[in-house]
Write a protein of this length. Sequence first.
Length: 406
Amino acid sequence: MTTTEKPDTLLRILDYSSRADPYPLYAELRETPVARQEDGSYVVSTYREIMELLHNPHLSSDVRNLSQPMEAVEGRTTPSFINLDPPEHDRLRRMAMRHFGPPHTPGLVTGMEDDLTAVVSGLIDGFAGKEQIDIVDDFAYPFPVTVICHLLGVPREDEPRFHLWVEAIVNSIDYNPKTDPKEKLEHGLQARKDLQQYLGGLLGQRHGKPGEDLLSRLANDDGPDGRMTDEEILATANLLLIAGHETTVNLITNGMLTLLRNPQLLQRLRAEPDLIVPLVEELLRYEPPVHMIPWRAAYSDITVADTVIPKGSKIMLMLASGSRDPDRFQDPDRFDPDRPDNEHLGFGSGVHLCFGGPLARLETQIALTELVRRLEGPTLVADPPPYRPSPVLRGPIHLLIEQNKD
C-alpha cells in the first residue's frame, strides 16, 4: 500500500516561521492520515490513527528498535522509562509512581493545592509597580520550576545552572541531521551529561538519609519491585525535572494567551471559577504544550489506515493535529470550554500517558484562576508573541501584557 508523500508540509511545520500558527498546515497534513517521508519515516496526523497507534503494542518507544539509529535520543545514558517499552517501562514507571501518586502517596498532588496557591499569589504580588508583565519570565516559568524543585529535592537556587542545560536538551529533541548544524546535537548531548552529573551529586547525598523529596524516596525506599539502580533514578529524575516544568510553562502561557484572545471567556471565568476544570481540558486540546511525539519505532510491520509501516520505521505522531481533527471534534478550531466528550491527545494516551498530567492540570487551573481574578483589564502587547524555537514543546518564549491603570 502506498501513501502520498507530504515532506513539504512537514518541513513547513518544523520551520520556525510557522511556529505562531501551525494549525492550517496540520489540516493540510491530515489530508493524508499516514504520510511516508523521503527518508522512509512516517507522519501520522489524524485522531483515530494516532490513538490506534498509541494503544498498539507493536509501537515501540525504544530507540534500539529503529532500523536507522538516532543520535539525539538520550545519548549513551541509561534511558528513562519514557523511552522504554513494557515490561521494563511498566516496572520503572510503577516504582516512580509509588512516590508520586497512588497507591503509596495518593494525596500528594491534591494535597499541594494550598502550597501551589501560595506560590502563585507570591508571584502575582511581584507584578506590583510593573508597567509590563512577562507572563513567561515573571510567572509561568518560575511557578512550575519552584514546584518540581521542591518535589524532587533540587535546590531552587540552582535553577540558573540547570536552566541552560534543559534549554539545550529541549532544542535538540527535534534534531535533523539534514537541516540542523551538528552543534545543536552536540550541545544537547553535552547538556544531558552535565545535568546527569549534577543530579548524580544530589543523589549521592541522599543515600542512607531518608527524606520527603522524590530523590530521597527513590534512593532509600524498597517497594514491591525493589529499588531502582542509581542510573535508573538519575534517568527518572532527569525526565521529571525537564518535563515537570517545560510542558507546564507552555500550558499556562498558552492558556493566558487564549483567554486574552477571547476576553468574553476571561470574564466568564472570573465570574464562574468552576469553569476552570473543563477550560483547561479544552486548552489541552486546542493549544497543547506538546505538539508532537518526534519519533516512535515500528516493533514489527504495522498496518494503519490501510498503510503498511515496515518494521524498524520511524513514526512521528502529530498529537496537536489529531486534537484538531474535524472527524473527531466538531468545529475543532473553536475554543469551547463547554465541549462534551473531550478526549484530547494533550497528554498522549496509552501506557505512556503523561506521568505528571494530574500535577500539570492542577498547576494550570490554579495559575489561570488567580491570574484572571487578580489582573485588572490585562491586554496583549504583541499578538502573535515571539515563540520558542521548538516545534515539539511549542509555546511563547515571552508573553508581554499590560494592565488597565484606571
